[in-house]
Design a protein around this ligand. Structure first.
Ligand code: IMP
Length: 430
């Protein structure tokens, strides 16, 4: 482990696992942090001094002054959102100059992507996905249709404007004819993006070259995932997923590195489960306990403000997501949210029709009825614990059960928003 140079960190549930806090904590140990997929649909919450940041585009390591942050080629970028985030950093006197770079191959989210995301969700009515309306799906669609506009295209105004013209003609047709919406102005978008080109011109890099060179120089690199494995376009609860690959498999293409350069992996999971948007969720609670989890855990989306659906920890689900990512170690977050519960339940299996099964099955998620193991709550604060031994016995039992049922070791435990409310296992070598 001591020779390891790279660590991939990703979500094992439906996103919002608390990755931002863990990345911020780990940032001091890394020279480079690179995001490999997703866009401003993400909301990584980080508390720092008196500030509370919700990073949508900027990698969560930006608060560490020595860390270089990269937005990788697998990401989609809304330059307007990014500019606002940079303004917030400037206000907090955080210098990001020569520390934040964007891969020239990352695709740009244009206003028509957002307009189409919105129009399509509206048209779907009750069958909507519940997207963040940030234009994610339509932008990735253009990428795969090979008509997308990439960050590098902004280096030449003419190239950019030509691509914009061609795309907007199609998109306006769809907006007007299919969705009865207003067309968007080519002139206005062109003007806006030419300004962005000037603002962001020093941030363009070949991310793959940068990261491979850093690797060869022995630098420590963290690959930051957004969303979570069950929102993965291939392995998630399709069609209620996002349009990228938050899984370990997404790292290689999203950064431009080979699989032999992913030295270590850690999966982030919450001590219970949440989901935003539509789609199946076996251990979801519809009663006061669910509301209590929502309230105690402040479970409201960092991007859209939507209330998150809440339920108990689903062990077979995390065993499934850990397995498909090849993950053996967990960062378990928000244990302290469970401090007040008299009893705590863990989903240990399901009933599917009349049969019992211990395995999560992503295709059948909507039909799985959870079976729970009841555990004793600890009813005292865990927020000031400094080691696993400081935790009350029922909490330690809860963690042991999670480890046993997920086949993973808990390497990091988060018991509060602040950096120092983090317990690290001696086995975690970073
Ligand atoms: P989209 O990524 O905006 O297209 O949304 C697709 C689905 O993923 C919706 O259910 C969203 O609520 C969900 N989603 C997207 N990003 C996040 C995230 O960062 N955390 C949690 N859910 C997300």
């Amino acid at each position: 482990m001591d020779n390891n140079k790279t660590l991939a960190l990703l979500g094992l549930q439906w996103g919002d696992e608390g990755k931002g806090k863990i990345i911020d904590y780990l940032a001091q140990k890394f020279d480079v942090i690179a995001r490999y997929q997703g866009g401003p649909n993400a909301g990584h919450t980080v508390y720092w001094q008196d500030f509370h940041f919700a990073f949508h585009q900027v990698p969560s390591g930006i608060l560490n002054p020595k860390t270089v942050c990269i937005i990788g080629r697998g990401c989609v970028v809304d330059l307007g959102v990014l500019k606002e985030e940079l303004e917030q950093l400037t206000q907090a006197e955080i210098d990001f100059k020569n520390r934040l770079f964007i891969d020239s191959k990352a695709h740009l989210i244009l206003p028509y992507h957002k307009a189409l995301d919105n129009a399509r969700e509206k048209a779907k009515g009750k069958d909507k996905i519940g997207t963040t309306i940030r234009g994610i799906g339509p932008c990735y669609e253009d990428k795969y249709s090979r008509i997308g506009i990439r960050f590098g295209d902004l280096q030449d105004d003419e190239v950019f404007l030509e691509k914009l013209k061609r795309n907007l003609a199609q998109k306006n047709f769809l907006l007007m004819e299919l969705h009865n919406d207003e067309p968007l102005s080519e002139k206005q978008i062109g003007k806006e993006f030419i300004k962005y080109a000037e603002f962001f011109k020093d941030m363009i890099i070949d991310g793959s070259d940068y990261i491979n060179t850093a690797y060869e120089q022995g630098k420590k690199i963290l690959f930051e995932g957004a969303q979570g494995t069950l929102l993965d376009i291939d392995s998630g609860t399709y069609p209620f997923v996002t349009s990228s690959s938050p899984t370990a498999g997404g790292v290689c293409n999203g950064i431009g590195i080979g699989p032999t350069r992913i030295d270590d992996l850690i999966g982030v999971a919450k001590a219970y489960t949440t989901r935003v948007g539509m789609g199946p969720f076996p251990t979801e609670l519809f009663d006061d306990t669910g509301l209590m989890l929502q309230k105690q855990g402040s479970e409201f989306g960092a991007t859209t403000g939507r209330a998150r659906r809440c339920g108990w920890f689903d062990a077979p689900l995390v065993r499934y997501t850990a397995r498909i990512n090849g993950i053996k170690q967990l960062a378990l977050t928000k244990l302290d949210v469970l401090d007040r519960f008299e009893n705590i339940y863990i989903g240990i299996g399901y009933r599917y029709k009349d049969e019992k099964t211990n395995n999560f099955n992503v295709e059948l998620t909507g039909e799985l009825k959870p079976e729970f193991l009841k555990m004793e709550g600890w009813r005292c604060s865990t927020k000031t614990a400094k080691s696993f031994d400081d935790l009350p016995k029922p909490a330690r039992k809860y963690l042991d059960k999670i480890q046993e049922l997920t086949n993973c070791e808990i390497s990091i435990l988060s018991i509060g928003e602040q950096r120092d409310q983090t317990i690290i296992s001696p086995n975690f070598k970073w």
